[in-house]
Design a protein around this ligand. Sequence first.
Ligand SMILES: Cc1ncc(C[n+]2csc(CCOP(=O)(O)OP(=O)(O)O)c2C)c(N)n1
Length: 325
Amino acid sequence: MNTDVQGLKFYREMLKIRRFEERSAELYGEMKIRGFLHLSVGQEAIAVGVMPALHQEDSVVSAYREHGHAIARGVPLESIMAEMFGKAGGCSHGHGGSMHLFHKPSRFYGGSAIVGGGLPIATGLALAEKMKWKETVSACFFGEGAMAEGVFHESMNLAALWKLPVLFLCENNGYAMGTSIDRELSRTDLVQKAKSYGVAAIQVDGMDVLSVAKEAKQAADYVRSGEGPFFMEFKTYRFRAHSMYDPELYRSKTEVDVWKKRDPLLHLEQKLKESGVFTDDNRIQMERDVDSEIEAAVQFAEASSLEPVEDLMKNVMRERGRSEY
Ligand SMILES: Cc1ncc(C[n+]2csc(CCOP(=O)(O)OP(=O)(O)O)c2C)c(N)n1
């Protein structure tokens, strides 16, 4: 695909994620969305740049900051919004909320509240696919905070040892809640850490969607060809709070402003304008289109019903008494 056409597509997709999350924050204020809500504003280039490298039959596993991943993967927008509302029309039937988006048709296997929880799931999916002789990739998004968890090391070790087709996608936004990376990890060279397991690894500018797309394609091709796992560290930043309750005392406004100058949307907008394929009018029109798509999703969520009370225990694993066996 021509770079300008691809750039315009990427811009629209990043804009959709940005506006979806900004609208979600408003709806949270209106108490339409309840529970936890983690926004990825500032990190959109990673979801949007990585997805085109994946095929329909590949698996995607994420963590709790996953709206962007789900949208970019093609999980229907209205089913994501309905899930945030806790409604039966949600992709997880309203059982999961923002942190537990799940959509089997897209092979989007969560959404997990447990830091690092997706890593062994993605590794297990890769093992299952390899045992079936399938040439698929199991892509796993996680934050650098997950690299302090035991499961990160177990997953990397087995993926490397058994040459499993896992694409490890670390979004290094510098903070795990209020803890900066140098206060959480003994070694902050993440690429080196991955290489110590014998896993091929690179660092990529996570604010530049075109670089993300180029590098992700090569990495996914490597994994698909049976070479084993690949680790990508994306240097990025979240522009908003960790979740909806966060006074942000751990970082300065100046630091946030410096990163905002590298906003992935602004960055791409400038590039496209320089190429002469994008104007302010185009942007305004695109914003209108995206906003009406999001409003349709909100209407769907509003109209969707709550799950009947008698179904609330459906899909809940219960310990059964001996007599029930
Ligand atoms: C196993 C586990 N430990 C602690 C927490 C509490 N917790 C929630 S988010 C978070 C920070 C994780 O940071 P990172 O993985 O870098 O992701 P980011 O929030 O930056 O996207 C922590 C410690 C949790 N959810 N799960």
